[in-house]
Design a protein around this ligand. Sequence first.
Ligand SMILES: Nc1ncnc2c1ncn2[C@@H]1O[C@H](COP(=O)(O)OP(=O)(O)OP(=O)(O)O)[C@@H](O)[C@H]1O
Ligand SMILES: [Mg+2]
Length: 459
Amino acid sequence: MMTPRETVEALDRYIVGQDTAKRAVAIALRNRYRRSRLKEELREEITPKNILMVGPTGVGKTEIARRLAKLVDAPLVKVEATKFTEVGYVGRDVDSMIRDLVEVSIRLCKDRKAFAVRTVAEAAAEQRLVDLLLPSQQKKPGPITNPLQLLLGGPQQAPEPEPTEEEKAKHMGERERLLQALRAGALENEMVEVEVEQQTGNNAMVAMGLDINLNEMMGGILPAKKKKRRVNVTEARRILLQDETEKRIDMDEVTREAIEKAEQDGIIFIDEIDKIAGGQHSNGIDVSREGVQRDILPIVEGCTVNTKYGPVKTDYILFIAAGAFHVSKVNDLIPELQGRFPIRVELKALAVEDYERILTQPEHAITEQYAALLEVDNIVLSFADSAISAIARYAYSANESGENIGARRLHTIVENLLEDISFNAGGDHPLIQVEVDETYVKEHISRDYGGEDLQKFIL
Ligand SMILES: Nc1ncnc2c1ncn2[C@@H]1O[C@H](COP(=O)(O)OP(=O)(O)OP(=O)(O)O)[C@@H](O)[C@H]1O
Ligand SMILES: [Mg+2]
């Protein structure tokens, strides 16, 4: 479990600045761990302090959530407030965020269990693969293990004579040879026939917001449909491994753990919450927005939501909401909902230096991305410091004079800047070194946008 400092450091690798938000998130995460170490009666009393992130567009709110999701070993879902509709209307109801969280938690717990049985499952899958690869004449009807089968007539042929020692040895040798070839990756394109279970999921129902699996509701009385498919070894290995893994995982246990984990460690990130804030001017749309806010209330406050895996208590789930709030204000949210997000953090608008850092510093920064893309086509791209600083200054002034779209502006500028290189590179030429310097940036910007007229940058 990471300390708050470590969490912030990890986020620093991807997100420039916004320390207050990073710290708040890091503390909230650590508090979950702290709470888990307490005596039960005290633990029951402590509910998470939900966070509301407020800041202009494109300054890293969603990015923090995205990175956090990869960082934490807890079920986390990111939902958009605008996707929900009030109960009673067609669309996704707010309860679906809890159902999604449980799904994520199930996957997490299942993956962990799968990892634990991986070696055994892999070995079993490999053996089955060898069986499938063995030439068919060696496949004899298996021994009758079920006495009932004898009564019912059993296999039609007379029982085969016991294989001689020689035959057995030959058979073993053959298996061994196949196994070696398989491990060496020499058989990947061989075709074999495997049985696969047919997907019975009903997408239409999920789309309607009813994610109840009818078969599961009826306790799985419908037998799973099986179908034979001819696939190559690579695909067969994947199918068999999945099958062997699933055999070894106790789904009841996974479900129990997953619900517990969702309840205790779950994090729900509600993005674009400002878009459901009503504002004064009450019209038809606002009414339904307020309805969504009211629906969200009990979930944030703590209630029990029914999911197909069982009831889930939302009392200890951590909610992080984010919104730009440039049209509506935080005060436009209904007061009850505001009250449920006691921790407010402001994300700051980005400055020139921030843009410079965003261009180069984060892991897989924009400049690095373009260099990697163009390298595929024999272009070795580099950016001079002067160019970085010029792009940052342009981004800043374009944001100042036009719509402020934050760091997203950088993507537009860099894309435009490299447009002709991107278009002309075809990989059919020797390595070409291209250094983007200040002159290059200035020339392109004045050429593409007519002098210093930055208004043209407006999307
Ligand atoms: N502080 C930052 N450090 C690094 N990259 C950033 C930062 N802020 C924004 N970005 C980049 O800008 C893009 C948009 O950021 P993000 O999605 O976080 O915006 P947002 O704050 O959620 O805006 P909105 O209110 O419009 O949803 C992302 O691709 C992200 O990589
Ligand atoms: Mg966002």
